[in-house]
Design a protein around this ligand. Structure first.
Ligand SMILES: NC(=O)c1ccc[n+]([C@@H]2O[C@H](COP(=O)([O-])OP(=O)(O)OC[C@H]3O[C@@H](n4cnc5c(N)ncnc54)[C@H](O)[C@@H]3O)[C@@H](O)[C@H]2O)c1
Length: 439
């Protein structure tokens, strides 16, 4: 991106908040200087600015603070009460209260922030990540990378253009037992793998009911919560946590859990792009406000194997006795993995030995540590922005097939769908003015 379009982006992303004219000047100035483009030295402390301090944001901040070389200097949330909770949490942990800012652009503008955590709802991942890259900060962005393939591409472009370290928050990528399972699969012991099944049958994902529209809660900047998403009246059912079940903000379980499990499947199989994607599903059991399917099955045809994604919300019956997992069906046997382990079931006369491994450690600290180490070494993190974009794109393709009610044939080079204009239109989501996605 050249200086002119970069300035155009910052201007657009500044939006209509007159109060931010000072910040606008500061950000525009930083675009033209190398002041922020610092590389964290071996002995420097890493200063974190966190955007989005809800369920995951708070968990991520505490994971960063497990490391002595990290300070959290500022927290940001459009909901004052959540931001205050996070500030207190940091103060309790470290004895110093971080600054509290309600507008994420004030995190981007700070010279004392080296790393930005983006743990907002999915529709707010792209702009803060891109803006942070543009001013020379590194980013730990929660999964999925974005709500559309187009947003993900813009994030990749920004990260590469500005040589930033960007890690997507799919922590299983850093779990040693996942790496061991992937190594087993890639050793070829299972023989030819022709089917990979990924599933999330989650009993604890409940019907959200049908709450009515309501006044915006005190202390919430609702217009900023909506951001680039369409304007609509506030409804508590579409807000914290439940944003996942609305197309304007996210992609339902297909992208929420799909990204975690597809990530491991794609890591192990390392395939070229799928040739064809189809998806079926709907709201088969729920009569509530949510929009995304409570039940969905997506079929990916790769050149030499088939991958199936399955999810059910509020599922009492599970698959193979597990609420989630990935099962690799080889000619010699199968390997199933899940968040805390993996096992091999040998096929008849295969000569394989049964194996079972458990690992109950939380994989988030290793994932965050990998990001911090890469900030210092300038190496690619394990779930770098390009991998995150690829994996998130595969999940988005499932929803594009479902919503267009047609097959999706994907051209990965051009990032376009052939012969299905409805799906092709979903490659990028329209943004509500004044927000603009830089392309
Ligand atoms: N890695 C994992 O295992 C994992 C687990 C859960 C959630 N997540 C991801 O974390 C993200 C957040 O999910 P959650 O469950 O914490 O949601 P949440 O609704 O609890 O929290 C999101 C927070 O972001 C705030 N926010 C919204 N717009 C903002 C803006 N413009 N500026 C600043 N703050 C803003 C909200 O007020 C809210 O407090 C999602 O992308 C989700 O997919 C990842």
């Amino acid at each position: 991106m050249n200086d002119l379009s970069r300035r155009g982006f910052i201007k657009a992303s500044m939006g209509s908040l007159a109060a931010l004219s000072m910040a606008r000047k500061a950000t525009a100035a930083s675009m033209n200087s190398a002041v922020y483009r610092s590389v964290v030295g071996a002995n420097d402390r890493i200063r974190l600015g966190a955007i989005g301090t809800g369920g995951m944001g708070k968990g991520d901040i505490m994971t960063f603070l497990k490391f002595d070389d990290v300070d959290c200097v500022a927290v940001c949330d459009v909901d004052s009460s959540r931001m205050a909770e996070a500030a207190k949490m940091v103060e309790d942990a470290r004895g110093k209260r971080p600054d509290e800012v309600k507008d994420w652009r004030h995190i981007i503008d700070r010279k004392d922030v080296d790393a930005v955590l983006v743990a907002t709802p999915d529709h707010w991942h792209a702009l803060p990540t891109i803006a942070a890259c543009e001013v020379g900060k590194d980013v730990y962005c929660e999964k999925p990378l974005a709500t559309s393939i187009g947003e993900g591409r813009a994030m990749v472009k920004a990260a590469l253009a500005h040589k930033r370290v960007v890690q997507m928050g799919t922590q299983w990528r850093s779990a040693p037992h996942m790496a061991a399972a992937v190594e087993y699969i890639q050793s070829g012991k299972l023989g030819k793998i022709r089917l990979v099944r990924c599933w999330a049958y989650l009993e604890w994902i409940k019907n959200i009911g049908n709450p009515a529209d309501a006044p915006v809660p005190e202390g919430v900047d609702y217009d900023m919560w909506l951001g680039p998403a369409p304007k609509r009246t506030f409804n508590p059912g579409r807000f914290h946590f439940n944003f996942r079940w609305f197309w304007d903000y996210a992609g339902g379980l297909m992208t929420d859990w799909g990204v975690h499990l597809l990530n491991i499947a794609l890591w192990a199989m390392d395939p070229p792009a799928p040739l064809r994607v189809t998806s079926a599903g709907g709201k088969y059991v729920w009569d509530d406000l949510s929009e995304t399917p409570d039940t969905q099955h997506t079929l990916y045809q790769f050149p030499d194997f088939t991958l199936i994604w399955e999810h059910e919300a509020e599922a009492r019956a599970q698959l193979d006795g597990r609420e989630h997992g990935v099962c690799f069906h080889g000619q010699n046997g199968s390997l199933t993995l899940w968040s805390n382990g993996w096992e091999v079931l040998p096929g008849k006369d295969s000569g394989l030995e049964p194996e079972k491994h458990e690992d109950n450690n939380d994989s988030r600290p290793a994932h965050v540590r990998n990001f911090l180490d890469c900030m210092r070494s300038r190496q690619k993190p394990v779930e770098d922005v390009e991998t995150g974009h690829y994996v998130s794109s595969i999940a988005h393709l499932g929803n594009m097939a479902l919503l267009s009610k047609d097959v999706v044939e994907w051209n990965p080079k051009l990032e376009r769908v052939w012969g299905n204009p409805a799906a092709n239109r979903m490659v990028t989501k329209p943004y509500r003015a004044p927000w603009k996605l830089p392309v």
